[in-house]
Design a protein around this ligand. Structure first.
Ligand code: NAG
Ligand code: NAG
Ligand code: NAG
Length: 443
């Protein structure tokens, strides 16, 4: 099975002569810092017995980093052991370093969990009106932060939150596992994230974010445990990671409806490369919250196993905003409910004050070099009557069915664009083109 995967990905790679010798990376957009000053959580009374609550130790260690301001920043070392703690804020110029066998574990005491204001581009909590619980690990207005180590674990103990969601007893929106707001020059690498209460990694109103060599795990039935959601953020690079969760592996967003339109902050320059994983929802998604606009997204060398929708571009009436210059390339998917979905009727609304005439503009979505095995439905490409999706270009796509050699045909409406070597043949709305590249007239 592994050999099959390797040979297929090599086959796909041949389309653009990808080779290990010239492994492309965007991780250089944030410099990795070496910190001379090092402290350990144990210097602040931290006890890694899995029972002692270490909230005070974390807050004091970070207070020390923030106020002593050592030249070149400070590394906070977490030794092997299980460190139970309440949520805490990071500060600028620091590295949170998790040793092999180190676990930072969230308390299950949801009642004393701090609340923070809603994000302006959402106008309310994402799932409940009003404020929202602070992320387990939170950063606001930071510069130069690294979270790394020897693949230690950040564990959200999300089950207590998932059960509150299931029983409809959540007073406020669940916490993300980690969120950076208004921050810049952030690296997250060589860490395992597991059992997030809600979204796992949420960079919002931020730029220059590198996330690589991470593993993100949550059960397939855990609600809203998206892997990584770059949100109204620019220059985000996500590479070489494994994500298997209960919701979209990566979803690029920018706020929703009247709040996101008013805030007007787009996501741009997002690279997603060499990501592998499983999800009952989307593999790689744009949306559905795209009211500030999403542009210049590249997702390539993606391997998906047991996935709901392999490639999903989703928006809605009332969203406004735009989705343009989005490229998906070299995607392998196996055992998918649906291969490709581009749709204008996905996601709910924050309230009934949205403007139904705020129609999203979807222009320039290129999907190329896709190989699917056991794909139940090829997909749907459905624009909006009063805002047809344009410049939708598919090429070199092979989606094999569960029973037959090809999966059932695409369904399309209110779209225009081109298709080249797509099997099964998409639909008459996409005109046959001679070759790829004739598709860049989306501006
Ligand atoms: C952490 O940051 C949040 C939001 O910026 C703030 O409301 C809260 O007071 C901070 N908590 C601590 C303990 O510093
Ligand atoms: C940590 O995990 C990454 C990604 O799976 C892997 O590439 C790396 O070698 C691991 N590092 C260590 C120190 O085990
Ligand atoms: C389209 O997006 C890609 C990233 O995928 C970027 O390199 C390119 O410059 C963008 N094109 C335009 C015209 O902005």
């Amino acid at each position: 099975m592994f050999r099959l995967v390797v040979s297929v990905s090599l086959l796909l790679s041949c389309f653009n002569c990808f080779s290990l010798a010239s492994l492309i990376t965007c991780s250089g957009i944030v410099p990795m810092r070496y910190r001379n000053d090092k402290i350990s959580i144990t210097d602040f009374g931290g006890i890694g017995d899995g029972k002692t609550l270490n909230t005070k130790a974390f807050r004091e260690a970070i207070y020390r980093i923030q106020h002593l301001r050592r030249r070149g920043g400070t590394l906070l070392y977490i030794p092997p052991g299980v460190y139970l703690t309440g949520s805490f804020n990071l500060t600028s110029h620091m590295t949170l370093y998790l040793a092999r066998g180190a676990v930072i574990k969230a308390t299950e005491d949801t009642r004393s969990w701090p609340l923070v204001a809603p994000l302006p581009s959402y106008g309310r909590g994402r799932e409940r009106p009003g404020g929202r619980y602070m992320s387990f690990i939170h950063g606001d207005g930071l510069r130069d932060v690294v979270i790394t180590g020897e693949n230690g674990t950040i564990d959200g103990q999300g089950a207590v939150w998932w059960n509150m969601w299931r029983q409809r007893t959540l007073p406020f929106t669940r916490p993300n596992l980690i969120e950076f707001m208004n921050s810049r020059n952030i690296i997250i690498s060589n860490v395992i994230f597991q059992n997030s209460p809600f979204w796992n990694i949420h960079p919002v109103y931020s730029s220059h974010i590198v996330i690589r060599y991470v593993t993100i795990l949550a059960p397939p039935d855990s609600p809203n445990t998206d892997g990584i959601d770059p949100d109204s953020s620019t220059n985000v690079c996500i590479e070489d990671s494994y994500i298997s969760t209960g919701d979209d592996l990566v979803a690029v967003k920018s706020g929703w409806d009247e709040y996101g339109i008013a805030y007007g902050r787009c996501s741009s320059g997002i690279t997603i490369r060499r990501v592998t994983g499983s999800s009952p929802f989307a593999g790689i998604a744009v949306g559905s919250e795209t009211s500030g606009g999403v542009e210049n997204v590249l997702a390539e060398h993606i391997n998906l196993y047991n996935v709901g929708v392999g490639i999903h571009v989703k928006t809605n009436m009332g969203r406004g905003g735009f989705i343009r210059n989005i490229t998906f390339s070299d995607v392998y998917m196996e055992n998918a409910r649906k291969g490709i979905k581009i749709a204008g009727d996905v996601g709910d609304h924050p309230d009934d004050k949205f403007n139904p005439n705020a129609l999203p503009v979807v222009k320039g979505v290129t999907i190329k070099n896709v190989w699917g095995v056991k794909v139940q439905q090829s997909g749907t490409i459905q624009g909006l009557k009063n805002s047809p999706f344009t410049g939708i270009c598919l090429s070199d796509i092979n989606l094999h069915g569960v029973t037959g050699p090809t999966s059932p045909p695409f369904k399309c409406s209110d779209v225009s664009g081109t298709a080249y070597q797509v099997n099964p043949w998409p639909c008459s709305e996409l005109t046959s083109s001679q070759r790829t590249g004739s598709c860049s007239n989306y501006l």
